[in-house]
Write a protein that binds this ligand. Structure first.
Ligand code: DMJ
Length: 531
């Protein structure tokens, strides 16, 4: 697909980094929302106390209050819309009006202990989503899988609410036609109702897929598990829900076939980096070769590890062996990423994952990498000297991600940083992305080092100070180098699904214990392992 904008340094930027488009008119509020809002504001929102007086033991509660403020803003002004425009106090549609914010937020509400808000959101999703899913609308397979399928499956896992599990299955089935390609690598877009009709795919992505779009196993296995469980509840043989049968079901098998096509086509050796754009016909590199662990590629690397985590506890030896293949693929990929994409500035002051082999460009999106390395080491994916190397690289990378935020006037990291040769903002906007918080949580879980918690608190204070909107919600900012910053009037659904969720997990040991046995998806949805 054509790249649409330029790095500040004259290099391309993924279009995924741009603020979302607005589609007026604002979504009308559901009639019941006013009462819902009043109840939410009254019952769920306690004000965040003055930040400099918050003792460490109260930090999780402060993050929980902030999440309630984000949720209340959505309920007040955007109920039923995909996402909240907090400044103009309306909603906007980015995902075929599926109502993606409540779906993405369900498991966060559950984890943070908002049972009433969870129940109301779940009832709303159950009542409204079937009709929304049945509409003729073209969606991104990737975004719908990670936010909708993953969000519903995790919320169903957490609550046991089979209605949500059934919706996860419905949503995943509607994405399945995209995988019907010669290679098994899915097309980027699919019409939710019409499937692979000839004219539903965007011209820009016809025939190609991005690396991240080709690796979606955790979401599809989670949906397949719910499909099997519902079938058993309806009278099918209990063996339907065995791990091998779940993996053989159409939903799981399609996602695994795509992953296998990616790995089968990955070059060996020095160029063992995965291609960022793939042909859906062959699964091989397409268009212009570019290697990155940032946008367009990020979660594919993350999911090599997490596919192993999903399969490694299965009682069936064949399933475990299959998982082991993905662990080895992750180690191969990480070795090459550390060799080729992770670089240090000449002074050694900063280490970052570059998004371009020839230019010193670091995307905030790539800040998931240190957390992924820490998670792999903690899970025992690597040992000995390799584990030591991964741990040291992860700490250096995360230190730079933290510095990306702490070098700006707002304390928020920019979308893109340049190292010329030292750190400075490239694209200065912030979409309140989660990757630094995610890696801080995983780093603290792996090492117990309180410094990661301190960095997380400073990040939270920066969000509170720069991005909180007085009438409800939080907003992305246009320039993190200016304080106070201009707001971009958007609250991406990942703020509740991930950014606040990871900060809460960082400060709340009980919550962290609850997700410890789960696989955190790329959208921070805790998914059960296959047993
Ligand atoms: C989220 O939707 C997911 O974390 C995805 O993997 C990357 N982009 C956003 C957050 O930045």
């Amino acid at each position: 697909p054509p790249l649409t904008a330029a790095w500040a340094g004259g290099l391309p930027i993924p279009s995924a980094g741009l603020p979302p488009p607005r589609s007026p008119p604002p979504t009308p509020r559901a009639p019941a929302a006013a009462a819902f809002l009043r109840a939410t504001l009254r019952d769920a929102v306690s004000p965040v106390p003055p930040l400099d007086t918050v003792p460490p033991a109260a930090r999780a509660a402060a993050v929980r209050s902030a999440a309630a403020w984000a949720w209340a803003g959505y309920v007040a002004h955007a109920w039923g819309a995909d996402e909240l425009a907090p400044v103009s106090r309306s909603g906007y549609e980015t995902f075929c009006s599926l109502g993606v914010t409540p779906i993405d937020a369900l498991d966060t509400l559950h984890l943070m202990g908002f049972p009433r808000e969870f129940a109301r959101a779940a009832d709303f999703v159950v009542a409204s989503l079937p009709a929304r899913l049945a509409a003729n609308c073209t969606v991104s397979v990737f975004e719908t899988a990670i936010r909708v399928v993953g969000g519903l499956a995790a919320a169903a896992d957490a609550s046991g609410d089979a209605r949500l599990g059934s919706l996860a299955v419905d949503a995943a089935r509607r994405l399945l036609p995209a995988f019907d390609t010669p290679s098994g690598v899915p097309r980027s877009d699919v019409d939710l109702a019409a499937g692979p009709a000839a004219d539903v795919f965007r011209e820009a992505s016809a025939g190609t897929a991005l690396l991240a779009e080709a690796v979606l196993v955790p979401e599809f296995v989670a949906a397949a598990r719910w499909e099997a469980r519902l079938a058993v509840d309806a009278g099918a043989s209990p063996t339907t829900a065995s791990a091998p049968n779940i993996l053989a079901s159409p939903l799981a098998a399609a996602s695994l076939r795509s992953l296998d096509a990616v790995l089968a086509n990955a070059p060996e050796g020095d160029s063992g980096l995965l291609p960022t754009t793939l042909s859906v016909d062959t699964g091989a590199a397409e268009w212009r070769e570019r290697h990155t662990v940032g946008g367009r590629a990020d979660s594919a690397y993350e999911y090599l590890l997490k596919t192993w985590l999903m399969l490694r506890g299965a009682s069936d030896a064949g399933v475990r062996a299959r998982g082991e293949r993905y662990r080895r693929a992750w180690v191969r990929a990480m070795d090459v990423v550390l060799d080729r994409l992770v670089v240090s500035t000449p002074s050694g002051a900063a280490t970052y994952a570059t998004s371009d082999l020839h230019e010193p460009v670091a995307e905030h999106l790539a800040c998931f990498l240190p957390g992924n390395l820490f998670a792999g080491v903690s899970a025992g994916a690597v040992r000995g000297t390799r584990a030591a190397r991964y741990r040291a690289s992860a700490a250096a990378l995360l230190t730079t991600c933290v510095a990306m935020g702490e070098s700006t006037a707002t304390g928020l990291p920019p979308e893109v940083a340049l190292f010329l040769p030292e750190l400075r903002p490239g694209h200065p906007f912030s979409l309140l992305r989660p990757e630094t918080a995610e890696s801080l949580f995983l780093a603290h879980a792996a090492t117990g080092d309180p410094a990661w918690r301190e960095a997380g608190w400073r990040l939270f204070v920066a969000i509170e100070t720069a991005a909180r909107v007085a009438t409800g919600g939080y907003s992305g900012v246009r320039d993190v180098t200016v304080s106070p910053p201009a707001l971009d009037d958007s609250m991406p659904s990942w703020l509740l699904a991930e950014s606040f969720c990871y900060l809460f997990l960082l400060f709340d040991d009980d919550a962290a214990a609850k997700v410890a046995g789960k696989v955190l998806s790329t959208e921070a949805h805790p998914l059960a392992q296959l047993l």
